[in-house]
Write a protein that binds this ligand. Structure first.
Ligand SMILES: *Cc1c(COP(=O)(O)O)cnc(C)c1O
Length: 425
């Protein structure tokens, strides 16, 4: 396989764009290769600028649940474009999308459309603070909620209570109201809530963690969060930017049967366009300006083109509940392939899978939190990534990202991928 054009473009891009990319993981840094510059995507495949064609299991990091360039989505977007790209005024489509989101997640009684997951989470936290009149938030180590200042934290080494910035440029004072607990560890939550519970505006969690690789919540963990937040008068925020419309049409809250106070959405909700959303109970959402005192706005919020892509995508998913069973079965088949590979080759691999999300961790496992996830052998992952790529399969260029299955992946393509995984070339 030749990558000459990608290599040339990467060199040029690095001169004008930091690292040559507009989001760091795209740089292929942790797998030590040149990133592929993509020319086109069709269904389950992407094609790079050198003409190499790959089966795609990144799916733009989640949005691509219907595959690339779904004809109905593309047609609707093209038609919408004819009518203008943005007006900065309300449209019928915003209301239609809000209704679709509410139909999927009844807990989202009112919703605001924004332009990125980062913005959705940032705004939801502001609302939680406005509503409760409290400043602190509690998040989990290894959960990702976008790149806003207060959430780019790591747990302090001495105690989990002292969060420190995880990025240069974030003032320590911005992270002082962020508490960090351990995912799947109810004791770590209980202790923090005992000490700070009456100052905590919200506990925010990825109901299925998918940004340290896929890590499932242990039985009772999410129930515990629901119970303890209620007990202390804090809000529970489900960050469903990945799980929303992915674990099922109703997301993780439907899958696990837990009703959060606020929900953040992104990725699938925009159907491949820059759109995200946050919403929840009416009394909470009515804190948002112009009804309430919490300010939040956006020039391109609810953009008609993005809204069109979102509506068509959600309508298709709503009409095809069987897609979810199908992609779950395919993900299960892929998980088995990794297990077979481990068995056949004596390789240390632990697989976590739920719905159409999975991660193969190159470690003995079990992987159930940040520390066990980061115990993975990232060199082994890099070798696996390179071998997959050379055989025409594009997986995430990082151990700590999910593998996504879309409705466009055929049975034959899954079997072909399983063969590549199991043969371990
Ligand atoms: C991707 C992601 C975000 C951030 O969304 P962006 O659109 O990249 O800003 C937030 N939360 C979770 C769980 C995510 O996976």
């Amino acid at each position: 396989m030749k990558f000459n054009k990608s290599e040339w473009l990467f060199e040029q891009s690095q001169k004008r764009i930091p690292g040559g990319v507009n989001s760091p993981v795209r740089a292929f840094g942790s797998v030590g290769r040149t990133p592929l510059f993509i020319d086109r995507g069709e269904g389950s495949h992407i094609t790079d600028v050198d003409g190499n064609r790959f089966l795609d299991y990144v799916c733009s990091w989640g949005p691509g649940i219907l595959g690339h360039a779904h004809p109905a989505v593309v047609q609707a977007v093209q038609e919408a474009c004819q009518k203008g790209l943005t007006y900065g005024a309300p449209t019928e489509k915003e209301w239609r999308l809000a209704e679709l989101i509410h139909a999927a997640m009844p807990s989202v009684e009112k919703v605001r459309l924004v332009s990125s997951g980062t913005e959705a989470v940032m705004s939801a936290i502001r609302v939680a603070r406005g509503y409760t009149g409290r400043d602190k938030i509690l998040k989990f180590k290894g959960n990702y909620h976008g790149h806003s200042d207060g959430l780019l934290v790591k747990a302090g080494s001495a105690a989990l209570t002292t969060a420190v910035p995880d990025s240069s440029g974030v003032p320590v004072s911005y992270t002082q109201n962020t508490l960090v607990a351990l995912y799947n560890d109810t004791d770590s939550v209980g202790k923090l809530m005992e000490e700070y519970g009456d100052q905590v505006a919200a506990v925010i969690v990825e109901p299925v963690a998918a940004n340290m690789g896929v890590v499932l919540p242990k039985a009772g963990f999410l129930e515990y969060l629901r119970e303890i937040t209620t007990r202390y008068g804090a809000l529970l925020i489900f960050d469903e930017v990945i799980t929303g419309f992915r674990l099922g049409f109703g997301g993780a809250q439907e899958y696990f049967g837990i009703v959060p106070d606020l929900t953040t959405l992104g990725k699938i909700v925009g159907g491949g366009m820059p759109m995200a959303a946050y919403g929840g109970r009416t009394d909470i959402m009515d804190m948002v300006s112009p009804v309430g005192p919490v300010y939040q706005a956006g020039t391109l919020s609810g953009n008609p083109i993005a809204t069109t892509a979102g509506i068509v995508t959600l309508e298709i998913l709503k009409e095809h509940p069987e897609y979810y069973k199908d992609i779950e079965q395919k993900a299960r088949r892929l998980a088995r392939a990794f297990q077979n590979r481990a068995k056949n080759w004596g390789e240390e691999i632990w697989v976590n899978q739920i719905g159409s999300l999975l991660s193969a961790f190159f470690t003995t496992g079990p992987v159930e939190d940040y520390d066990s996830a980061t115990a993975s052998d990232t060199k082994a992952y890099a070798a696996y990534f390179g071998a997959m790529l050379e055989q025409g399969v594009y997986v995430a260029p990082s151990q700590f990202e999910a593998m996504f299955v879309s409705a466009a992946h055929t049975e034959e393509e899954i079997e072909e991928t399983c063969r590549v995984i199991e043969e371990r070339k």
